[in-house]
Design a protein around this ligand. Structure first.
Ligand code: CP3
Length: 320
């Protein structure tokens, strides 16, 4: 997760000249940044360089990224009328730059390319909160007081997201990951109604492509069984739970991805290796296990720690 992020000096060098959104919008630059970690660390897969917020951006809510703050949406949704006023857009046109980036990448990559998007609930919450928020108070108040208009917003985002997923599939990605980064603020009843239902629609609507879908929720260690019900190819698990225990509750037909605490990358090399090996051993022999972090990598993580991580995982695989 966040392969390039800001921890790579090569990325920071590009960012010194271009804003984050400029890099996303420029297919050559976005392709180059996608390749940076693959070249530096010999990763087993690449994740497209983009952001989940390109859909709200295409809906013209005024997205910008501010250093040390993160994303800001200048015109957040405040009333049901604001949903009505969103422009009708053509994803193929608005997000054509993503299609171009993928098409540049496919011939340059020797490993699979993972495309991605945000889950409808997470995208809706950014559009309502106007940026990152710890408690998502406005979003939760809206869905409790006026579930009908909240569902209208989720459905609108779901429709555009499916167009976006098909755009990426047609351009050539090999697998797709959906990030529900804010699902953890929901209780299990609301999770089912306001998140899972729409994740299910994404999975159903994407079936024709036959590409695997990996589902990540912050909160997946709690919601894993519910997520399994909607039949993703894989569930990406946050770092709060013991993955081997989660495995006992999830059908063997669903792969599990995860779930090293990203903070472990701050540990000295010896402890870092110990923690990685502990996780790998706990999942040893499971053909449906994909090593990953349990959430995004922090910008101040040393490159050497990432190198140690990749080497430890790859050596474990080849020596067993
Ligand atoms: O190469 C990669 O890093 C992978 C591409 C990628 C990015 N964002 C690039 C990015 C992916 C897969 C994402 C997903 C994403 N974006 C999520 C879901 C995953 C998660 O972390 O839960 C979310 C919630 C977002 C929205 C977003 N984008 C936030 C909250 C921020 C600020 C984060 C921060 O640490 O300040 C971003 C910015 C962002 N997206 C950066 C990158 C490389 C940093 C931008 C910069 O250079 O300043």
């Amino acid at each position: 997760m966040r392969q390039a992020g800001r921890y790579m000096p090569e990325f920071r060098k590009i960012r010194a000249k271009h804003s984050f959104l400029e890099v996303c919008h420029d297919p050559e630059l976005a392709a180059e940044v996608t390749l940076l970690p693959v070249r530096a660390f010999n990763m087993d897969a690449a994740i497209l360089f983009s952001d989940i917020l390109v859909i709200p951006e295409a809906l013209q809510v005024g997205l910008r990224f501010e250093d040390k703050i993160g994303p800001i949406i200048e015109r957040p949704l405040q009333t049901p009328a604001d949903i009505q006023s969103l422009p009708v857009i053509d994803i193929k046109k608005s997000l054509a730059f993503v299609e171009k980036t993928i098409k540049l990448l496919i011939p340059r990559l020797k490993v699979p390319l993972i495309g991605f998007c945000g889950a409808p609930f997470t995208i809706a919450s950014y559009m309502i909160e106007g940026g990152s928020s710890r408690d998502l108070k406005k979003t939760k108040q809206w869905l409790l007081k006026d579930p009908e208009s909240f569902h209208r917003l989720l459905q609108l985002i779901t429709d555009y997201t499916l167009d976006y997923m098909h755009l990426q599939a047609n351009a050539g990605i090999h697998a797709f990951q959906v990030f529900d980064s804010w699902a953890n603020v929901l209780g299990h009843v609301q999770f089912r109604e306001f998140s899972l239902q729409y994740l299910h629609r994404l999975i159903q609507g994407f079936k024709s492509t036959k590409l695997p879908i990996i589902l990540f929720c912050r909160g997946s260690s709690v919601f894993a069984s519910q997520m399994a019900e909607i039949g993703p190819a894989a569930i990406s698990v946050d770092w709060n739970a013991d993955l081997a225990t989660i495995r006992t509750r999830i059908p063997a037909t669903i792969a599990l991805q995860g779930n090293l605490d990203p903070d472990i990358l701050y540990a000295p090399r010896k402890l870092l290796k110990k923690e990685i090996n502990h996780l790998l051993k706990s999942m040893q022999g499971d053909p449906g296990y994909i090593f990953n972090l349990g959430h995004g990598i922090h910008p101040d993580i040393p490159m050497d720690s990432v190198k140690t991580l990749v080497e430890t995982v790859q050596n474990f695989q080849t020596t067993q």
